[in-house]
Design a protein around this ligand. Structure first.
Ligand code: FMN
Length: 188
């Protein structure tokens, strides 16, 4: 592994590629956002509760990281007050929304078509291990303690160690090109 990395570095240096990549400019935020907008993602509400208070925020930037140990990550914009709250509580739960729960995606993005932004009364909640709000009837709930926090650009990456996980056989909500949808077999 180490040898491969060394060879790759040496090859890049020989061709001047390493030098050129170091000097390269990133694409514009507009080009980046356009390329990401067409990606289909699941939609989650990341919740937290504890001494710093209860919060929830809609997040599509979520990924599994590792199975052993079970690690998962969520990226939250540092502008969101949720970042400080999750950090101070030390726990969070990733709640993957079902197709029946698209209204919650908008509620926890602060733009509900009906009702109050970020209103926990909009859904039923329970708890598992950490005390973070666990959304009833979600596709999946992954209840975590914070394993690591990484700052990356505009976002804070919360990597969670999963203490409890549960799921249901209901259709997950999908977000693509600024619209909500449901997955279905090809050809339908
Ligand atoms: C479908 C969808 C996905 C989103 N994904 C993310 C995300 O991955 N990370 C993030 O920080 N914000 C994401 N947002 C935006 C936040 O939910 C929204 O900016 C935030 O709730 C606004 O809170 P504020 O007014 O406290 O800043 C998403 C919003 C929607 C509707």
């Amino acid at each position: 592994m180490e040898g491969t990395a060394l060879m790759t570095d040496a090859a890049a240096e020989n061709t001047g590629l390493g030098q050129r990549l170091n000097e390269a400019l990133p694409v514009s935020p507009e080009a980046f956002v356009s390329a990401m907008r067409v990606q289909a993602t699941a939609v989650n509400v990341v919740t937290s509760d504890g001494p710093a208070g209860r919060v929830g925020v809609t997040v599509s930037a979520m990924s599994s990281v590792s199975a052993e140990p079970p690690l998962i990550l969520a990226c939250v914009n540092r502008r969101s007050p949720c970042v400080a709250t999750i950090r101070r509580n030390g726990v969070f739960c990733i709640n993957a929304l079902s197709v029946e729960q698209s209204h919650l995606a908008d509620t926890f993005a602060g733009r509900p078509s009906n009702g109050v932004p970020f209103d926990f009364e909009a859904a039923g909640w329970t708890s598992l291990e950490t005390g973070a709000p666990v959304l009833v009837d979600a596709v999946a709930n992954l209840d975590c303690t914070i394993h690591e926090i990484v700052e990356a650009g505009s976002h804070t990456i919360f990597i969670g160690l999963v203490l409890a996980a549960q799921h249901r056989n209901v259709k997950p909500l999908i977000y693509c090109d600024r619209s909500y949808g449901a997955p279905g077999p090809l050809g339908e």
